[in-house]
Ligand binder design. Structure first.
Ligand code: COA
Length: 203
């Protein structure tokens, strides 16, 4: 049972539970945790370690920011927060994951609360996310279903932060959708995939 949340230090949000202590911190404040964080995320969404580490190493105060939920020195949760350049005061949360062994114990909610407190301190007013199947979890955490937003316009960093090779590469990977197929090309039969649900929480 959660007893309460209080802040410790500038970047750290510490959550006290009945017996053990959980802490939501930016990943870049604990670089020694990057490898374990990579293992956690890859256990849910397998991807090359090199690519994953490249993304995680981009975590910074000016966004994108990866937050981790720590239990002592163990990484038990992660989420990534990016700014949405086309929408003021808004961010996008993705890659929300809790260690498989620790699910359904309230830790996902603690992580979301920590993330909300973190972005609120940065002046963010709206948190957007997409999900396919975890709607109930987010509804319980105060998120509402909303109209789809243009996520192609979102960027993982604020315009005032310096451009780096890594960020330039990110822009390319998050670039606009491909142009429409020529009219005379027969569309392939694609399997029907359930649409993503867009959700928002106003802080
Ligand atoms: C989604 C996830 C982060 C939730 O973390 P969690 O620690 O299990 O969640 P919590 O224990 O804090 O759950 C909070 C509430 O949401 C509910 N909930 C959690 N997952 C749910 C699900 N899949 N379906 C319905 N309700 C769910 C819980 O019942 C709980 O409600 P309660 O307090 O009334 O019992 C975790 O299941 C996970 O990592 N899943 C795999 C990765 C994933 O799908 N991430 C989301 C990408 S959009």
């Amino acid at each position: 049972m959660v007893l309460g949340i209080f802040t410790c230090g500038l970047n750290n949000l510490i959550t006290t539970m009945k017996e053990s202590q959980y802490c939501v911190v930016p990943l870049h404040s604990r670089p020694e945790m990057i490898k374990n964080c990579c293992i956690l995320i890859n256990s849910e969404w397998p991807r090359s370690e090199t690519a994953r580490l490249r993304t995680l190493n981009m975590s910074c105060d000016d966004f994108p920011t990866c937050l981790i939920l720590l239990n002592g020195d163990r990484v038990v949760g992660h989420c990534k927060i990016s700014l949405i350049s086309s929408m003021s005061d808004s961010c996008f949360i993705e890659s929300v994951v809790i260690d498989y062994e620790r699910r359904s114990q309230g830790l996902g909610s603690i992580l979301m609360q920590g993330a909300e407190e973190y972005v609120a301190k940065k002046g963010i007013k709206n948190i957007y996310l997409t999900t396919r199947g975890q709607e109930q979890f987010y509804l319980k955490n105060g998120y509402n279903i909303c109209e789809p937003i243009n996520l192609y316009g979102y960027t993982s960093f604020i315009t005032s932060s310096p451009m780096t090779k890594e960020k330039a590469r990110y822009i390319v990977s998050a670039g606009p959708p491909p142009p429409p197929m020529p009219i005379n090309v027969k569309k392939p039969h694609l399997p029907i995939v359930s649409a993503k649900t867009y959700m928002v929480k106003k802080l």
